[in-house]
Design a protein around this ligand. Structure first.
Ligand code: 13P
Length: 251
């Protein structure tokens, strides 16, 4: 059966020292509890190796927020999947709406990144989600389906089964405007149906689909209670250990 997962996405926040302190706080908080979900933090590239040295990997997973669409070579400033893996990280967020929106990431690029991540034994947390205009004009289901089809339908069922998906309606990210639990459930059930049609019900049933967008301790329990919501990808609220743990403990 699929796992429940709460993953933090720190985005471009914290210096190395602040990040290590935050990771230590989350790690410490996890010592005393047995959460009903896997817990992961996805952190800036610069923090990965150091944070890997201060957390208990049996209780707290570590991931990057992106990786390059090339394996190695003359790509100044990029960080490859093997480089991420060499820090000890085992997850990588791919296709976040901020990457799509501000850095021009397309489904073609993402297809390559997913392949490179899987080849390097990184678990992609693959993000999909519509913008407000698409929600308002009723194309949100088509948009999300196309994002999945274009980047992920070339995978084998076995490889698809290694992914985590994150539905993040762009209008809910960092806006304080959360999708209602019914809106999240409706889309998550739709996504699971898209997966089932292509890869079969077993793969669909085993795929964790996280919700992201202004998720916080006060709304997490209601979201996570929905049958197709398998956890959260948490931005702002993951930058404070107590609020992140409040979401972890919502399961
Ligand atoms: P917020 O939780 O800050 O809305 O961000 C969500 C997100 O983008 C996680 O990837």
């Amino acid at each position: 059966m699929r796992k429940n997962i709460v993953a933090g996405n720190w985005k471009m926040n914290t210096t190395l020292q602040e990040g290590v302190k935050l990771a230590e706080e989350v790690n410490e908080a996890l010592k005393n509890v047995t959460p009903k979900c896997d817990v992961v933090i996805c952190v800036p590239f610069t923090h990965l190796a150091t944070i890997n040295g201060v957390i208990d990997s049996a209780k707290l997973g570590l991931g990057a927020e992106n990786c390059a669409d090339h394996l190695s070579g003359a790509y100044t400033g990029e960080v490859s999947a093997p480089m991420v893996a060499s820090t000890g990280a085992t997850y990588v967020i791919l296709g976040h709406s901020e990457r799509r929106q501000y850095y021009g990431e397309t489904s073609e690029t993402l297809k390559t990144k997913v392949r490179l991540a899987l080849d390097n034994k990184l678990t992609p947390i693959f993000c999909i989600g519509e913008v407000l205009e698409q929600r308002e004009n009723g194309t949100h289901f088509d948009v999300v389906k196309a994002q999945i089809e274009e980047a992920l339908f070339d995978l084998s069922a076995e490889d698809f089964g290694k992914l985590i998906l994150a539905y993040e309606p762009v209008w809910a990210i960092g806006t304080g405007k959360t999708a209602t639990d019914d809106q999240a459930e409706e889309m998550h059930a739709f996504i699971r149906g898209v997966i089932a049609d292509k890869f079969g019900t077993e793969v669909a049933d085993n795929t964790s689909i996280l919700y992201g967008g202004s998720c916080k301790p006060s709304n997490a329990a209601a979201l996570f209670a929905k049958p197709n919501v398998d956890g959260g990808l948490i931005g702002g609220a993951s930058l404070d250990a107590a609020s992140f743990m409040g979401i972890v403990n919502a399961f």
